[in-house]
Design a protein around this ligand. Structure first.
Ligand SMILES: Nc1ncnc2c1ncn2[C@@H]1O[C@H](COP(=O)(O)OP(=O)(O)OP(=O)(O)O)[C@@H](O)[C@H]1O
Length: 340
């Protein structure tokens, strides 16, 4: 049996992706764990556990152990990672791969330590951390080694990471807790307020993916939405349009555009001029929200494009980052002690 030597992990709020050099993405599962609340026994991990969200009986909880890009339940994260690593590395308990795990930019020392410890406990021989925007840029095929500034925006489930990168390091950045999960929450609130209808986060996510839009010029769409009437308590169906989803998402989308603007304002003029030339690249699952690139382009006046395979960029870049390890090690944002 051939064992995997080096493994890149996109430990995301919404999904965990594992990338192995030479093999590509070998695992993509939701970051969800179903636990029996009485016995603490883990009942399901990943896709199977996600199907249980909002449908579990009283004694079973479908937990998302990462929130807003960082670990909120350490033990569950460790066990989830352990399960995914074993699944990827041939189930060997003796062989330990070298792990490269991404973290949002601006993560605190405590948060970094939590990720590193969880990865080591989960079976890593050594752990190297890389910032999400750097990984996203590598995965998107953007050359990060040159002196020219490039801007990358990674829109995930918990955070949107925005960064201007030059010579392999982050020059200016922002990590805002406005991303896919916030979009879903805003849709839940909007439908409740407008239609007095209660819907769960999975239904909201479905609406966002099917008919969501971030720009008024997008082709209008509509769909039926099922929920529970807040007054009668009975199931009810309403028709929802893309214009309504756009209205629901106005605030977080505006917040993301503002954050992009502020990063550009803080960027040294030469590098900002480079970004104006080379354009902005968006990655992450949230990049698929229709018209988001047009919205950012309108706000900044800079050509904005979605990276090919936007969902996989962070995982791919995390796995491929070993090519740049010397440069990344020298970078002050990657302290020596992160490389154990
Ligand atoms: N077609 C789509 N339209 C809008 N949003 C989408 C679409 N497809 C996926 N998403 C959203 O992308 C988000 C997940 O993206 P991704 O897998 O990049 O996040 P993550 O890496 O787990 O999160 P984070 O980086 O914040 O830790 C979810 O909120 C999901 O609903």
């Amino acid at each position: 049996m051939s064992f995997t030597e080096e493994v890149g992990i996109d430990l995301g709020t919404a999904n965990v992706l594992i990338y192995v050099d030479g093999k590509g993405i070998v695992l993509q599962e939701p970051s969800v764990v179903a636990v029996n609340k009485d016995t603490k026994e883990i009942l399901a991990i990943g896709s199977e556990a996600k199907r249980m969200i909002g449908r579990t009986p009283g004694n079973i909880a479908a937990i998302r152990p990462l929130r807003e890009g960082v670990i909120s339940d350490y033990d569950i994260t460790e066990r989830m990672l352990q399960y995914f690593i074993r699944k990827t590395c041939g189930g060997s308990r003796i062989f330990k791969p070298r792990l490269i795990v991404c973290v949002p930019s601006g993560v605190t020392e405590v948060e970094k330590r939590a990720v590193r410890e969880a990865a080591l406990q989960a079976g890593g021989r050594s752990v190297f951390l890389i910032e999400e925007p750097v990984a996203a840029a590598i995965g998107a095929g953007v050359d990060i080694t040159g002196p020219e500034g490039v801007m990358i925006i990674d829109i995930g489930g918990g955070t949107t990471d925005i960064a201007v990168i030059s010579m392999g390091g982050i020059v200016t950045s922002a990590s805002v807790k406005l991303a896919g999960d916030t979009f879903d929450e805003c849709i839940v609130k909007y439908i409740r307020k407008k239609y007095r209808l209660f819907i769960g986060e999975r239904t909201a996510e479905q609406l966002k993916k099917e008919i969501g839009a971030a720009f008024y010029g997008e082709t209008p769409r509509k769909t039926l939405c099922k929920g529970r009437d807040l007054v009668s308590g009975l199931p009810r169906t309403v028709e929802v349009t893309s214009a309504e989803i756009l209205e629901a998402l106005e605030e977080p989308i505006d917040g993301i555009c503002e954050a992009v603007h502020s990063v550009l304002e803080r960027t040294p003029p030469e590098l900002a001029a480079d970004v104006g030339e080379s354009g902005i690249v968006i990655t992450g699952g949230g990049a698929h929200l229709r018209g988001l690139e047009r919205r950012i382009q309108r706000k900044t006046g800079i050509r904005t494009r979605i990276a090919p395979d936007a969902d996989f960029c962070v995982a791919k870049g995390t796995g491929e980052s070993l090519k740049y390890i010397d440069m990344l090690r020298k970078n002050s944002l990657n302290r020596r002690e992160t490389y154990i």
